[in-house]
Design a protein around this ligand. Structure first.
Ligand SMILES: [Zn+2]
Length: 174
């Protein structure tokens, strides 16, 4: 199932089944239909066992960065599983991959780019939200989480100077 389109998209654990064109003149990028190809996607986070009994199909539309300059609509048809471990408090779980955790509405790389545009790129939260096609609360949360990774919890004046210097060397998201 690994084809060129799958490699181009670069979302580990997911494969492109089909790319369906939409109206390009209306500014609509294609629909990219994804399928799960990594069995680890159905490991129960509660007990760490792989589920074997399927409950139902779930259709999700995770937001992502543009692909080759076009804003695509990702359509991930994934499964909800029944946890096979007796006594597991979760009972059911939906598939997840590193770029799209359970319940996430957007890919990790889009979330990071949205936060980094504010923290490192000097964009306002409103600008970054608009540029990345996400809502203001999503952009705001992405910035907070990005800043939490980059900055120490209680910065002292001398460490802030050091951080500014390292940040100058970081790649910029445009
Ligand atoms: Zn479980």
């Amino acid at each position: 199932m690994v084809n060129d389109t799958t490699r181009l998209l670069g979302l580990d654990g997911l494969a492109v089944v089909e790319v369906m064109a939409r109206d390009e003149r209306a500014g609509e990028g294609p629909i990219v239909w994804l399928a799960t190809v990594d069995e680890r996607a159905r490991m129960c986070p509660g007990r760490g066992v792989r589920a074997t009994q399927m409950k139902q199909w779930v259709t999700t539309w995770p937001r992502d960065l543009p692909v080759a300059g076009r804003r695509c609509a990702l359509l991930w048809r994934k499964r909800r599983w029944i946890c096979s471990k007796a006594g597991c408090p979760r009972k059911t779980l939906t598939e997840q991959v590193s770029q799209i955790p359970a319940r996430a509405r957007l890919t990790e790389r889009l979330r990071r780019a949205t936060g980094a545009a504010v923290a490192d790129g000097g964009r306002t939260i409103v600008q970054s939200a608009r540029d990345h096609g996400v809502s203001w609360p999503v952009a705001s949360a992405a910035f907070t989480s990005h800043a939490g990774r980059v900055l120490p919890a209680e910065p002292k004046p001398i460490t802030v100077l050091g951080i500014d210097e390292t940040r100058r060397g970081r790649p910029r998201w445009v």
